[in-house]
Ligand binder design. Structure first.
Ligand SMILES: [Zn+2]
Ligand SMILES: [Zn+2]
Length: 177
């Protein structure tokens, strides 16, 4: 931000004409701004346009966030709050490797009490079992019951649900940030 201000001041002071304006996409992690390079008798102005580093959407001034973990710049759709800090979808996926949206749906179903394989397989046409193995191995769910396997959610599983709900739960208002 300070650099942008400096450029503006420079432009005012020099009172030299700007010859061209170039629009270029800004690098990852940088919010954009303007830079100038000198040409004989004037300047070329480069306008760096920031795009969401996750989905590629153009970022406006009031729709941009920095992920507190990876420092990517992201739009409101690709960011959530985890423990009061902005975290992008990619970092949430690294923090809670539940197996993407299907893993998340299974986790929510178990949380709601749909706790056996037969019922879960009805919900997941591709088959719930590989997802259940993954969720169990990563500590998001526990298996119980000797005769008939049933699943229950762990504290980590509850944390994962709340971190992903902004992205995957259509019923939640995305404006809650
Ligand atoms: Zn985005
Ligand atoms: Zn991130």
């Amino acid at each position: 931000m300070l650099a942008i201000k400096g450029d503006e001041e420079m432009e005012r002071e020099e009172r030299r004409p700007v010859f061209f304006e170039r629009f270029i996409p800004e690098e990852q992690g940088i919010l954009g701004g303007r830079t100038f390079y000198e040409l004989e008798g004037g300047y070329v102005k480069r306008i760096h346009i920031p795009f969401c580093d996750v989905c590629g959407r153009e970022l406006s001034r009031d729709n941009r966030f920095l992920c507190s973990r990876c420092r990517k710049k992201v739009c409101a759709e690709c960011v959530t709050k985890v423990e009061g800090r902005y975290v992008c979808l990619e970092c949430v996926e690294r923090m809670y490797p539940v197996g993407g949206e299907i893993g998340y749906r299974i986790l929510v179903s178990i949380h709601k009490g749909i706790d056996n394989l037969r019922k879960l397989n009805k919900l997941i046409p591709e088959g719930a079992e590989p997802y259940l193995r993954r969720l169990k191995a990563r500590g998001f769910i526990l298996e119980k019951g000797l005769m008939r396997r049933r699943y229950c959610i762990t504290a980590l599983g509850v944390l994962a649900i709340s971190a992903f709900s902004k992205f995957y739960d259509d019923e939640l208002d995305p404006q809650y940030l």
